[in-house]
Design a protein around this ligand. Structure first.
Ligand SMILES: Cc1ncc(COP(=O)(O)O)c(C=O)c1O
Length: 363
């Protein structure tokens, strides 16, 4: 009954983690991909005001003009992107889906840095593209030379995610410049997922959006304002592509939720620096505590780290962790390799201390 298209997508890896989690009572949860803080009160109030003020109808397909302008102005100032076409999407995920639908013909190749955010691989497959995995082990830096090895006449799209899920790696500005030159030489469309840009602990992350006009910049509020359930993101990019995404949104998502868009206006004014300082401290605590027993590339951003599993594969290690009441995600969920595991430190300090204790014990 089910389509070939749908059966291309395999969710067994992450499901196994959830199944294991369901067997535990009060687990130490290092597997969560969202902030542990709540949506700021001013954002909640703006959405409540929008609902009470009757803003409950469809908005324009491309989003309310004031939010489009504000998101564009902020990302322009931050990245220097020369593009000014913008669409408000149902999360960054909505943007990825619409972009790939607008760009890919069957058999077109999509270059995906490995380890990767799972959606890049699965949506590429769903839409009939062919994922090509660019190796970034062992330091998780994406480099033009590794991308170039995989370029063929079918190469169409390159994903960049910085700061990255699942590694926390921040791609170096000089590497992005080389990648921008390579993309220009081969006419690649770059999808730059910058949803974690606020979560950068050592220096502001560089963006390829200001270096290469063929970039579709993705951003959103799921991480910086903890609005994961509100479904709000945006994409800024070449006019022709964004127009096509707006057309496809009209026949799929229709628009991002109305009250969420009004809430987003407040979220864009919210000062996240307190949360970022807190997460920097959590990162440092974990790195310092674990580095004697684990091989860890110190992450520059997001709220993840991706240590090497000591003495076994990532899946085996995650099972060992579960037996000790600790949830981590095996690296093979995010990678063609099974050598590492992901820790999310979007957790309370008490949870982090309990997790450290277990990790030191089972190494
Ligand atoms: C790298 C990356 N991009 C996009 C998303 C999805 O974000 P959204 O909730 O805006 O769809 C996530 C969520 O985990 C992510 O880690």
């Amino acid at each position: 009954m089910l389509s070939e298209r749908s059966r291309q997508v395999d969710s067994s890896g992450i499901r196994r983690v959830f199944d294991l989690a369901a067997t535990l009572k009060d687990p130490i949860n290092f597997s969560i991909g969202q902030p542990h803080f709540d949506v700021p009160d001013c954002v909640k109030q703006a959405a409540i005001d929008a609902i009470n003020g009757g803003r409950n109808r469809y908005t324009q397909t491309q989003g309310i003009p004031e939010l489009r302008e504000k998101a564009l102005a902020l990302d322009r100032a931050r990245t220097g992107t020369p593009n000014d076409a913008v669409i408000i999407t149902s999360g960054a995920s909505g943007g990825i889906m619409l972009a790939l639908m607008a760009l890919l013909n069957p058999g077109d190749e999509v270059l995906i840095p490995d380890p990767y955010f799972v959606m890049y691989k699965h949506l590429t497959l769903l839409i009939g593209g062919v994922p090509k995995f660019v190796n970034t082990y062992p330091d998780f830096q994406l480099r033009a030379v590794e991308i170039e090895k995989l370029i063929t006449p079918k190469s169409k799209v390159l994903f960049i995610c910085t700061p990255a899920n699942p590694t926390g790696a921040v791609t170096d500005g000089a590497n992005l410049k080389d990648i921008a030159d390579l993309a220009a030489r081969h006419g690649l469309l770059v999808i730059s997922d910058e949803i974690y840009h606020h979560f950068s602990y050592d220096a502001p992350p560089a963006s390829i959006a200001g270096m290469y006009p063929g970039t579709l910049l993705l951003n959103g509020l799921s991480k910086s304002a903890a609005m994961t359930g509100w479904r709000l993101g945006w994409a800024i990019g070449p006019d022709e592509l964004v127009k096509e995404m707006i057309k496809l949104q009209q026949y799929s998502f229709v628009c991002a939720p109305s009250m969420t868009q009004y809430g987003a206006m407040a979220a864009l004014d919210f000062d996240v620096s307190g949360h970022i300082a807190d997460y920097r401290r959590k990162r440092d605590r974990l790195c310092n505590a674990l580095s004697a027993k684990y091989e860890i590339v110190k992450p520059g951003g997001a709220f993840y780290m991706f240590p090497k599993a000591p003495g076994c594969g990532g899946a085996e290690f995650a099972e060992k962790a579960v037996k000790n009441n600790l949830l981590v995600v095996p690296g093979n969920v995010f990678s063609q390799s099974d050598t590492h595991f992901r820790i999310s430190y979007a957790a309370s300090d008490a949870t982090i201390e309990r997790g450290i204790e277990v990790l030191l014990k089972i190494a």
